[in-house]
Ligand binder design. Structure first.
Ligand code: F6P
Length: 320
């Protein structure tokens, strides 16, 4: 193996830059050359690339976003697009590819491996933490802490005005952020796409809370769990309480990564290079039971990661 490529794909996540640095520096340490493809797989198809030397990743360890830019690449969902990307890898004499991204990028990556037979290692980076085969993803801890900081501020005004707040956090399909943030901020109610809820039961719980002395309440919901404004109207109609909505949004995707996100990026980046040097297949690095692990990517993309229902129950018990 002489030359490897690296790219950041899908939604960005704080810690992607630290991961690029770890990949580039580790690869050079082991005597490899590194090419960076810009804008994820789109840059591969369009041949937008740059040479990554030691200094190309200087000073970026604590930056949010990704210096290589990223795009969601629709073409990679098609056979034609995958074949174009495979040809680009061969044309550029790439012996192995590291994709830093989420589950969509890994599905594309698996297709790319099958079409090119060029070894590939996926590094899980997504604020959603919805990737199987790893308990944590690069950026998740940062997004959770960013949302938590905002909610602490909202709690102040909720308390002063004795209001109920519905706070929408990211998670179009999954509730990992909502669950972690809800538990960490002591939310009265957590709504996630994975668990059905009943608005009249929720209204009753909020009324019960008021009767037991609660002056304000926080509902943390994942964006995929419903429409925050519609839920607010319904709760307000039933209970007569003042309900406000706050959507945290893209703030969660930016900012400097936390130490946890950076160190996960350091460990994953280094392991990905070592794995790429010895595999002939497609792999994903992950974090399980306190250590870095390596899984076959073909297996991972067929799995679904479930939220921890015990955390959901715990949040409910602690919010009485
Ligand atoms: O990065 C993951 C995620 O933040 C989802 O939770 C969210 O729904 C989605 O990306 C939106 O991203 P975009 O607008 O970039 O497609």
């Amino acid at each position: 193996m002489k030359t490897i490529a690296v790219t950041t794909a899908g939604g960005d996540a704080p810690g992607m830059n630290a991961c690029l640095r770890a990949v580039v520096r580790s690869a050079i340490y082991y005597g490899l050359e590194v090419v960076g493809f810009e804008e994820g797989y789109l840059g591969l198809i369009k041949d937008k690339k740059r040479k990554m030397d030691l200094r190309s990743v200087s000073g970026i360890i604590n930056w949010g976003g990704t210096i290589l830019n990223t795009k969601r690449c629709e073409e990679m969902r098609t056979k034609k697009g995958i074949e174009k990307a495979a040809r680009a890898l061969k044309r550029n004499r790439i012996d192995g590819l590291i994709t830093i991204g989420g589950d969509g990028s890994f599905k594309g990556g698996m297709g790319l491996y099958r079409a090119s037979r060029i070894p590939l290692v996926g590094i899980p980076a997504s604020i959603d933490n919805d990737i199987p085969g790893t308990e944590d993803t690069i950026g998740f801890d940062t997004a959770v802490n960013t949302a938590l900081e905002s909610i602490q501020k909202i709690r102040d005004t909720a308390f002063s005005h004795e209001r109920i707040f519905i706070i929408e956090v990211m998670g179009r399909e999954r509730g990992f952020i909502a669950l972690a943030v809800g538990l960490a901020c002591g939310a009265e109610i957590i709504l996630v796409p994975e668990i059905k809820y009943n608005l009249s039961k929720i209204s009753q719980e909020l009324e019960k809370g008021r009767k037991s002395g609660k002056k304000s309440s926080i509902i943390v919901m994942a964006e995929g769990a419903g429409t925050a404004y519609a839920i607010a109207h319904q709760i307000s109609d039933v209970t007569g309480y003042e309900v406000r909505v706050s959507v945290i949004g893209y703030i969660q995707r930016g900012g400097s990564p936390t130490a946890r996100s950076v160190n996960l990026a350091n460990l994953f980046g280094h392991q990905a290079v070592k794995t790429l040097m010895r595999t002939k297949s497609a792999r994903m690095v992950g974090w399980e039971k306190g250590e870095v692990v390596v899984h076959p990517l073909g297996y991972i993309i067929k799995q679904r990661k479930e939220i921890d229902i015990n955390l959901y129950r715990l949040a409910h018990i602690l919010a009485i």
